[in-house]
Design a protein around this ligand. Structure first.
Ligand SMILES: [Zn+2]
Length: 452
């Protein structure tokens, strides 16, 4: 009997018992095959789990419909019928009533207005976490646009982590929301606040709910402050220096840290459509790493705030017309171009911001790789090291896409996000597997009794 490849898209879990005796045996290849096979098995189980989640969703939505019918009977009450339903589900599933109410609500949104998301979950192509990311954004959209929203939001869902999908769906929602972003932002801005959440071991988390441009500017300021605090013999991590810098800045306003902070100007990148700047278009500007922002803020930034990198774009092609550089610590043009196009680290699933990444020559400089937009991509330090220190490999694909191959032979493609203003499905990739994780590695010859 020969081995059946255990691709992640198959529906049966291939157990090690399927391996076959062969004369030749390479320990390294066999172990790598074993790792790939184990990962594939988990992927199959994860798909089955998603299929079961879809069935749960349908049952919960059915229960909600029955509860509503109950409420319409003589003497019924919608509120108490719903409360009773929530208690029924919570006590049956041993979850809190809050969690039960959320599950029921998500089930109703999925069954009521997100048929494509539910169908994708039912096939096992996305996890419940993915479906939940879509529901979270769709819930605040009018019913009429939810159908269009989910088509665009799900365009790349089968090859995204739930965090990536969540970020993409948030931007799509901003772009598709029929209410003006200015009005929505004015209302949302009223919710700004700072609060403390208690944690274990004498720690607490300080949460600031702020307009996005302020939050990004503070974040960048802390980055710069942390770098300025790093002494040659510094033992604190960058994250610790950021936290210490923030506390010093707010609690010791006469101290050395506050003095350093006064010399820092926050750098953020805002892309402004040229016609918007002239007041002839409503298309919102976009804050890099976030998405669309309100007009008042973008006009204020464009009018002369001195610490923003401002980019004008052509009204039709959306190509970049100019890059404002006033008092901005200007990176090389090429670095700027790569960072703007990539947005995040280009390793599969990583959402580390590109402006905090290294630039990597996809084809090594030593092997005739060019220093060009096509051959450079943003990789965070962790994944840059992974590429150079392990057997993970990458090759360039069309339109700056990258095809990664794991040591166990799984292939994953990544591409820069779609920068066009109008929502549309993601860029199609040629010559790459539709689903991530298909393994290119041929199955090795295996002994009857492998050492794992
Ligand atoms: Zn990364």
């Amino acid at each position: 009997m020969l081995i059946t490849p255990a691709f992640a898209s198959s529906t049966d879990v291939v157990e090690p018992a399927d391996v076959v005796p062969q004369v030749h045996f390479d320990a390294r290849e066999t172990l790598l095959w074993g790792i790939g096979s184990d990962a594939d098995s988990v992927a199959v189980l994860q798909r089955q789990q998603a299929i079961l989640e879809a069935r749960s969703v349908r049952r919960l939505a059915a229960a909600a419909r029955k509860s509503d019918s109950l409420a319409r009977l003589p003497g019924g009450s919608l509120e108490f019928a719903r409360r009773s339903l929530v208690a029924e589900v919570a006590t049956t599933l041993l979850i809190s009533e809050g969690a039960a109410a959320l599950r029921i609500d998500e089930a109703e949104v999925l069954c009521g207005s997100l048929p494509l998301t539910l169908e994708t979950l039912s096939r096992g192509d996305i996890s419940y976490q993915h479906a939940r990311a879509v529901v979270r954004q769709a819930r605040s959209l009018p019913e009429a646009v939810r159908g269009e929203f989910e088509v665009v939001a799900l365009a790349r869902a089968v090859s995204q982590t739930s965090a990536q999908l969540s970020a993409h769906a948030r931007v799509v929602r901003e772009r598709m929301h029929p209410d003006s972003i200015d009005r929505r932002h004015r209302e949302a801005r009223d919710e700004r606040a700072v609060w403390v959440e208690n944690e274990r071991d004498g720690m607490a988390t300080l949460v600031c709910h702020l307009p996005a441009v302020s939050a990004f500017a503070i974040d960048d300021t802390l980055d710069q402050l942390a770098r300025s605090l790093r002494a040659p013999d510094e033992t604190r991590t960058h994250a610790q220096l950021r936290a210490d810098g923030l506390a010093e800045l707010l609690l010791h306003r006469d101290g050395d840290t506050a003095a350093r902070a006064r010399g820092i100007r926050a750098n953020i990148v805002v892309t402004v459509p040229a016609l918007t700047l002239l007041g002839r278009s409503d298309e919102p500007a976009e804050l890099q790493g976030y998405g669309p922002i309100d007009h008042e803020t973008s006009r204020r930034l464009a009018a002369g705030a001195d610490s923003w990198l401002r980019i004008l774009t052509h009204p039709v092609t959306r190509q970049r017309l100019s890059v404002g550089r006033e008092r901005y610590k200007v990176p090389a043009d090429l670095r700027t171009a790569v960072v703007l196009d990539d947005v995040t680290c280009r390793f599969p699933g990583c959402i580390r911001r590109a402006d905090r990444c290294d630039l990597d020559h996809t084809r090594d400089w030593a092997h005739a790789g060019e220093t060009s937009l096509e051959n450079l991509s943003a990789l965070c330090r962790r994944h840059h090291t992974l590429k150079h220190q392990t057997a993970w490999r990458v090759r360039p694909g069309p339109a700056r896409s990258l095809v990664w191959t794991s040591p166990a032979g799984a292939r994953h493609a990544t591409a820069p996000p779609d920068h066009t203003p109008a929502p549309r499905p993601g860029r199609a990739l040629d010559n790459v597997p539709a689903r991530p994780g298909a393994r290119a590695r041929a199955r090795p010859s295996l002994p009857a009794d492998p050492p794992f």
